[in-house]
Each structure stands twice: as structure tokens, then as C-alpha cells.
Design a protein around this ligand. Structure first.
Ligand SMILES: [Zn+2]
Length: 479
């Protein structure tokens, strides 16, 4: 026996282009890192680490669930397997971020997937097996990151084109250009839908500079000028890379591919935004939706950062080159401190909700945390962070569905769906996915995965009751 350590990929990669390219990029990094290491062998099917229990990485990412080995015992110590685990984990994190779930039995942190599931997957794909024993059986936990909220990232100034019925590009004192509403824009309105000038995977500045130059050559002169007039927070030798870093919006949550837009890149930041940006993977375009009613004359603003004030201001300064003085940041110190407390609470609650062990053993507490989070979000943002609400309702959906509760799961999916429509539009693939789950929660892979203690049919929701009673039922509130 001995203690295992490693990391899991959660959720596992798809066979889609983006996941495939990221996996290839990761493997490239691994190969380069270990180019001179004889214990690491690149074969046709896997990269094999001849240390500990010989952990391996398949050439195709969708076949990958886990990289691990026993890290105690003479063999482990002699072959230095613990270093491989740590280094490969860091390389993976650099590409896949939060999708990499480290675990270590020495510290009572357990893997995400059951061992028998990992073994069956390796067998299915005919991967070189490591002599893994099959210890405890863990449940396959559903991933709350199934549907992640896009992380807002942004930029600054250029020329405008496209549909200007709703907004115009104007000079904004102290902030270059910005978009200002020409008419009253109701909440949920799609303000902009724009194809990128080009998209590019992020890379080191010298190579990025070169790649951008190649992309620019393919653009007409006016588009080249638009790109070159964008703000650059990283001036110097690799100017094109600097503009890209300052302005590119990720094509999807956590994506390392960024898109550059003539108009959307002009939208400024507010810590209390009134609009939301979203990448539609299917249509390959970026949309901007109003997340509250915006009055004619108001600037359209999205959020580049959600952290408490100190971390937020640092990020805005370092990545985008400005000190924020939005309606929140210009408040007296006391109000900013109250906001910081709420933002810390939001992070804390988010963590509680995302804890799969709690979701399994005390789902009522996880659900209560969702309920609390709604109130904190409302206090902090006044209901304008619809994308966060959409994710929160989806979390509540997952808690209920994992315990067999179709009635509540369906209501939460419906609320998540409504929020997605408002901030991403009906045609967003994520919106459509949630819509399908609203109609049939049993289609979710973790349906009844934890227990059936909350078992109910989809239509078992209370009828003809007031909103208050309905909410009490929905959130399982007593009293
Ligand atoms: Zn601010």
C-alpha cells in the first residue's frame, strides 16, 4: 500500500477542436520540459513517465482522467515520481487552469473520479496500464463547472461600425473612447453581436507578435488601423502582442484563445456593470447584452474584474493600465469596505456551493448557501450580474438533480435558462443545454448520482401558492 497523489481533469476534455488544441499544446509543453529526461518516453499512444507507478498521458485528451502515482515507498522516492506529479500538474494548470484538480491522500484530499472508472477508461482506450491497485470507491461527482460563467476580460479604444441604432462611440473623459446608449435599452436586449477581426491562441510575446502580424496582413487597411489604434498597456518591442494582451476577450470561459473586435473592444469597465459579454461557440461571435435597463446617455459598461477592491484595482492597473473610479470605486471608504466584505462573502459562498463532498453529504446546506448567495449578489450588484445568477441557479439544479429531485431541479434549470436568455440570448449553446435539462432533468449525467433521498417527479411542484410559499418549498426553508 501507500499514499497516492495526482490530479484529475474535471470536467474531462471533449473531442472538440478547442479542447483538442489545448491538449496538444499541453503535451508540447511536457515534451519540451522533459526533452532531456530519459525517464520520460514519448510513445505512439502515451507519454510514459518511468517512475513510481509509471503514470502516463494519452496522446488524445478526451481519454485522460487522471495523472497519479503512489508517492510513498522506496520506488517512489528513488525515481522521484513526486516531482513529476508536481511539475506535470503545474504544466497542466498553465493550460487548463481550474479544470485541474490536484489531490493527495496524505492530506486526505481524494480524487474526483472513482478508481474503477479510471481503470475502465484506460482499458477502453487500450492505454498502457500502470499497476494501479483499486482502493476505495468514490462516487463520480458531478461538475459544477459543466457550465461556467465566462470570465470577463476586456479592453479599450477604436473605430466603430455595425448596428449603431442603440449606441454611439464617443470620447469619454479620461478613458479614451466608449459606447454610449442612444436610446433607452431594456434589460436583456442584445446590444451588439460581433464577429472577431481575428482570434489567436495566447503565447509568449515574441511569437504572439509574429502571429498577430500574420493575421493583420490578411485584414483590409481600415481594419488594420482599427487594431493598431487599440490601447496597449504593454508597450515595447512586441507591440502587437501588447495590444492583444490588453484587448483580447477569451473565446469562452477560461479559453486561451482570444478574439479582437472593432466595437466590443471599445467597451469600458465598471465594477457594477450594466452589460455582459459572452462568446457564442456555435456562431463564433461575441455578444453584449444589457443586464439592467440602460437609459439613453448612459455609458455601456462590462466588468473586467470581480474581486474585492485591492485585488481588483491591482488587476485593472496591471492588465489594463487604469485606476478604476466607477460608481463603486468613487464611494467613501466605508462603502468600499462594505462592498469588499460582500465580495469576500461571495467568494466564500461560491466555494461552499462548489464543495462536492458537502453537496453529497449535506445538500440542504449547499442549497442554503445558494439562497444566501442570491441575497449577497443582489446587495452588491443590484441584480445586474445575471451571468452569476445563471450559474448559481445551475448549481442549485445540480444539487437537486444529484439527489433525484426532479421537481426542484426543473425549477432551478428554468431560472438558470431565463437568466441565460437575458445575458447570452436564446441561441447560445449553453442556454439551449439548460433548456433541455429544464424539460428533462434526468438527462443530466449526475441524476440521482448521490442519493434518491429527495426523489420527486418533474411536475411535483406546488401549484396555486404565493411566491413566498413557493420559495419556501423551493429552497427547503423551514418556518
Ligand atoms: Zn470600479
Amino acid at each position: 500500500m501507500g499514499a497516492d497523489s495526482g490530479f484529475d481533469m474535471v470536467p474531462r476534455l471533449s473531442q472538440g477542436n478547442q479542447d483538442r488544441r489545448e491538449w496538444e499544446r499541453f503535451l508540447e509543453g511536457v515534451k519540451q520540459y522533459y526533452a532531456d529526461d530519459e525517464q520520460v518516453e514519448v510513445g505512439p499512444r502515451v507519454i510514459q513517465f518511468k517512475a513510481g507507478e509509471w503514470p502516463s498521458l494519452p496522446m488524445e485528451g478526451h481519454k485522460f482522467l487522471r495523472f497519479s502515482s503512489k508517492i510513498t515507498g522506496a520506488t517512489a522516492a528513488k525515481t522521484g515520481v513526486e516531482n513529476y506529479i508536481r511539475e506535470v500538474q503545474e504544466l497542466a494548470k498553465a493550460v487548463f487552469g481550474g479544470r485541474i484538480r490536484p489531490w493527495n491522500e496524505l492530506f486526505d484530499v481524494w480524487g474526483f473520479y472513482r478508481w474503477d472508472f479510471v481503470h475502465a477508461t484506460m482499458k477502453l482506450h487500450n492505454l498502457v496500464g500502470t499497476p494501479l491497485e483499486s482502493p476505495a470507491v468514490w462516487l463520480v461527482l458531478p461538475s459544477r463547472k459543466d457550465i461556467a460563467t465566462p470570465e470577463p476580460i476586456p479592453l479599450t479604444s477604436v473605430n466603430n461600425q455595425g448596428n449603431t441604432d442603440l449606441y454611439e462611440v464617443m470620447a469619454i473623459p479620461g478613458r479614451g473612447k466608449g459606447l454610449v446608449a442612444k436610446v433607452d435599452i431594456p434589460k436583456g436586449t442584445q446590444i451588439i453581436c460581433e464577429k472577431p477581426l481575428f482570434t489567436l491562441r495566447s503565447s509568449a510575446p515574441p511569437s504572439m507578435h509574429h502571429l498577430v502580424a500574420e493575421k493583420l496582413k490578411l485584414l483590409p487597411n481600415d481594419k488594420q488601423r482599427e487594431f493598431l489604434s487599440l490601447h496597449n498597456n504593454f508597450p515595447g518591442q512586441y507591440a502587437f502582442a501588447g495590444i492583444m494582451r490588453t484587448n483580447a476577450l477569451p473565446c469562452g470561459p477560461g479559453s486561451s484563445v482570444g478574439g479582437i473586435y472593432s466595437t466590443i473592444c471599445l467597451i469600458n469597465h465598471s465594477c457594477i456593470p450594466n452589460a455582459h459579454n459572452n462568446w457564442n461557440e456555435e456562431a463564433q461571435h461575441e455578444t453584449i447584452h444589457a443586464t439592467r435597463n440602460i437609459l439613453a446617455g448612459e455609458e455601456i459598461l462590462i466588468s473586467y474584474a470581480n474581486e474585492p477592491s485591492q485585488a481588483r484595482q491591482r488587476k485593472l492597473r496591471e492588465s489594463f493600465g487604469f485606476q478604476c473610479s466607477c460608481e463603486l470605486c468613487s464611494q467613501p471608504l466605508q462603502a468600499i469596505q462594505a462592498s469588499d466584505k460582500r465580495r469576500a462573502d461571495i467568494e466564500q459562498l461560491d466555494e461552499t456551493i462548489g464543495n462536492p463532498v458537502a453537496m453529497m453529504s449535506s445538500p440542504q446546506k449547499s442549497l442554503a448557501a445558494c439562497h444566501d448567495l442570491i441575497h449577497v449578489l443582489d446587495q452588491e450588484y443590484g441584480g445586474t450580474v445575471i451571468a452569476l445568477l445563471a450559474r448559481l441557479y445551475y448549481d442549485a439544479f445540480q444539487i437537486c438533480v444529484a439527489h433525484g429531485d426532479q421537481a426542484r431541479a426543473s425549477v432551478f434549470a428554468e431560472r438558470s435558462y431565463m437568466s441565460r436568455v437575458e445575458c447570452e440570448g436564446e441561441d447560445s449553446p449553453v442556454t439551449q443545454k439548460v433548456k433541455g435539462l429544464m424539460r428533462d432533468p434526468t438527462k443530466h449525467p449526475s441524476f440521482s448520482a448521490y442519493s434518491t433521498r429527495w426523489r420527486s417527479t418533474r411536475t411535483a411542484r406546488p401549484r396555486n401558492v404565493d411566491a413566498n410559499s413557493f420559495d419556501k418549498w423551493l429552497w427547503k426553508l423551514s418556518g
